[in-house]
Design a protein around this ligand. Structure first.
Ligand SMILES: Cc1cc2nc3c(=O)[nH]c(=O)nc-3n(C[C@H](O)[C@H](O)[C@H](O)COP(=O)(O)OP(=O)(O)OC[C@H]3O[C@@H](n4cnc5c(N)ncnc54)[C@H](O)[C@@H]3O)c2cc1C
Length: 653
């Protein structure tokens, strides 16, 4: 097949490096038809472990395709997982605390400009899965107040600037100040920071230019990206920063590298990622970190947020579910679950129907507060006798706290460490769950994070306060962001994200009492403002009675905020990425969600991998794809295929 025929099945640049399949084309059409048709004769039993966005996407698309025997198991008492938008505590509050994901990219192709009114680069790109769902559900966005894109103050070395050591006489030190960064998207305007900024921007420009020229042409792109994997796969971000420009690095000296680590480019410290594989950083350059959008939620044309006027929702066991607010990032999960399509019922309606027809086991079910504890392969494996008497019965036994049932397909979206501690895989042979896949799960690295919020009484940045909307520091608090939805008529003041830390810096805060940590962050930020001669305090603008603090490290069902990986992990990453294609037909297990992706920390790969799992369930259960999609012709191999990766272990090209 010529490459031009594949055109509509490929995303435009910039987009994911390792696997370019245009899920938007598969999902989208005016008639809202599903991606496939379930086999006519027998309904396979499908279990989905986890009701985050990945689990709900897989459930939704399979259900729309006519699969009607689907059980969703969720360990916590809510749906949404790491999309978690807590409504503001103020009586009329609508702005939410984004405890998990908070800024999403829409992968606007380089050659197009957004026409979407008022939200710049939000829905309408037709170039990612997030776009498909946000457009479909009417989820609106606005630019996220990223450092440098709104008024930003950089505080470094107690306000003395990035290189205080150049003043040997302390009496000559400049007075403490916040370095202004207001040039939209440009360099900060301070010589050292500008030098660092330019080193990074020059690399990024050249890298994306080279990649953009080959992207979209499968064969050419595979050669180039495999070369990059070989070049960078064994390199940490720290090494890459110091490596010379001629050898493909940023060429920073020790001082510059230290500033880059603690302050980034004003966009909060990159130190948490210094010991991560630089491949993770490079992968985020493919559109993941561009023009990030704050998600408002489902909002009518006149700016009124959607409300839920139906019943009091509950799961299949009658356990209370919080009604949807359709606000913030979590609205995506809520829409996937509650919103019906033109023709089909929503997952929630299907669950209600199954409850009404209690006698029938077949149906859609959601079981919250019900962790999965084990998955056992019931066929003969590893020399063990077969557990199954009837060869036609489903081969995987799932045991959860409240339900035990056998399944034909189990889609796992739960992060590996919640599974390793909670869910042993029993009796799966090495040719259905190979050792590299187990090893990749065992060794998967989850980055901790900590967010500290206060509700705002007013938006200080709209009220001629001299306080920058965003303050980036090299201190324990790191980044402080004023965040609010833009619709003036809502009149809701928003929140102060008073501290956002990752990695080791977040771990150091995990032992603090939440309220004490909140008070400390606020006092610390006020102290910075005072020291820098700014005549206003953040504490004047917040309701300081209760801080909202969230550590994902404390959740046994995540054990961190994002899946990242260290240098030299490419073969294990590839084992996870290619599992569904290679082994699911045999094991009946499917891996989905951000936890099994190589672009950890983003919603988009969670959705893409969920669709990958759904596609392989259709393929392995005898379903038929629709919309002209031919798996063998249109669905590519992962670029980081096993052969390329075995090369990568032998050293750079
Ligand atoms: C602090 C933070 C900031 C982030 N920022 C961004 C951002 O700005 N932009 C962006 O795009 N993305 C961001 N992300 C990443 C994004 O939130 C995730 O990639 C995405 O939500 C992952 O979805 P998922 O369904 O794959 O996994 P999850 O949301 O983790 O869902 C997995 C589900 O499985 C459940 N589970 C676990 N174990 C079991 C078990 N044994 N049995 C049953 N259920 C189980 C969990 O409770 C959970 O509900 C951020 C994440 C965090 C935490």
């Amino acid at each position: 097949m010529s490459e031009s025929h594949l055109h509509k099945w490929r995303f435009k640049f910039p987009n994911a490096a390792d696997f370019n399949f245009n899920y938007w084309t598969l999902l989208n059409d005016d008639d809202q038809t599903p991606i496939a048709e379930a086999p006519p004769n027998k309904q396979p039993r499908i279990a989905i472990v986890g009701a985050g966005v990945a689990g709900l996407t897989a459930a939704r698309e399979l259900f729309r395709s006519g699969y009607t025997d689907i059980d969703i198991y969720e360990a916590t008492k809510r749906i949404g997982g790491r999309t978690y938008s807590l409504p503001s505590a103020l009586p009329d509050g609508v702005t939410t605390y984004e405890l998990g994901a908070m800024r999403l990219p829409f992968f606007w192709p380089k050659d197009s400009e957004s026409t979407a009114e008022g939200c710049g680069y939000g829905p309408g790109s037709q170039n990612c899965v997030v776009d498909y769902y946000c457009t479909r559900f009417g989820i609106t966005t606005q630019m996220f107040p990223n450092p440098g894109e709104v008024k930003t103050g950089i505080y470094i070395n107690r306000g003395r600037g990035p290189m205080p050591q150049v003043f040997p006489d302390v009496t000559q030190l400049p007075p403490p100040k916040l370095i202004d960064w207001v040039k939209l998207g440009g360099a900060p305007g301070e010589p050292t920071l500008d030098r660092i900024y330019n080193k990074w921007v020059n690399f990024k420009k050249a890298f994306l230019q080279e990649c953009g020229a080959a992207y979209g042409r499968d064969a050419e792109w595979a050669v180039l990206w495999q070369k990059k994997i070989r070049q960078y796969g064994d390199l940490s971000f720290r090494d890459f920063v110091r490596r010379s420009v001629e050898s493909g690095g940023l060429g920073m000296n020790a001082d510059e590298s230290r500033v880059f680590a603690v302050i980034g480019l004003g966009d909060a410290g990159w130190g948490a990622f210094y010991d991560i594989s630089v491949l993770w950083v490079l992968r985020t350059l493919f559109g993941f970190s561009d023009k990030l959008q704050l998600i408002r939620g489902v909002v009518s044309a006149d700016g009124i947020p959607s409300t839920w006027e139906d019943d009091t929702p509950s799961d299949s066991l009658g356990q209370h579910l919080d009604p949807p607010t359709f606000l913030g990032v979590q609205s995506l999960a809520e829409c996937l679950f509650y919103r019906r399509d033109k023709r089909e019922k929503s997952l929630y309606e299907a669950i209600k129907e199954a409850k009404r027809e209690r006698a029938k086991q077949i149906g859609v079910h959601l079981y919250i507060d019900n962790p999965v504890r084990s998955l056992t392969f019931l066929e003969e494996a590893c020399g063990l006798p077969p557990h199954r008497e009837n060869p036609d019965s489903p081969p995987v036994r799932l045991v959860s706290d409240r339900i035990t049932r056998d399944y034909d397909a189990v889609i796992i979206t739960a992060p590996p460490w919640s599974l390793i501690v909670e869910t042993p895989f029993e009796n799966f042979s090495p040719d259905s769950l190979p050792w590299p896949v187990r090893e990749a799960m065992n060794s998967s690295h989850f980055m901790p994070s900590c967010k500290v919020f206060y509700p705002l009484k007013n938006r200080y940045w709209d009220r001629s306060s001299p306080i920058p909307q965003v303050i980036i520091t090299d201190t324990f608090a790191q980044g402080a962001y004023g965040v609010a939805v833009a619709d003036k008529e809502w009149g809701y003041p928003g929140v102060l994200l008073a501290s956002y830390t990752w990695g080791d810096d977040a771990t150091k805060l995990v032992s603090d009492d939440d309220q004490e940590l909140g008070r400390r962050c606020l006092a610390h930020l006020d102290g910075i403002l005072e020291r820098c001669g700014i005549e206003d305090r953040l504490s004047n603008w917040v309701d300081d009675r209760k801080a909202i603090v969230h550590h994902w490290l404390r959740s046994p069902w995540q054990r961190g905020c994002a899946r990242v990986y260290r240098a030299g992990n490419s073969a294990l990453d590839s084992a996870l990425l290619t599992y569904n294609r290679r082994y699911s037909a045999k094991s009946h297990l499917y891996l989905a969600g951000e936890s099994y992706s190589v672009e950890g920390g983003w919603v988009e790969p969670a959705l893409r991998s969920a669709l990958d799992a759904a596609i392989h369930v259709v393929r392995n259960t005898g379903g038929q794809f629709r919309k002209g999609f031919d798996y063998n012709q249109h669905y590519p191999e992962h670029v980081c295929s096993a052969s390329a990766l075995s090369d990568s272990r032998t050293g750079p090209a």
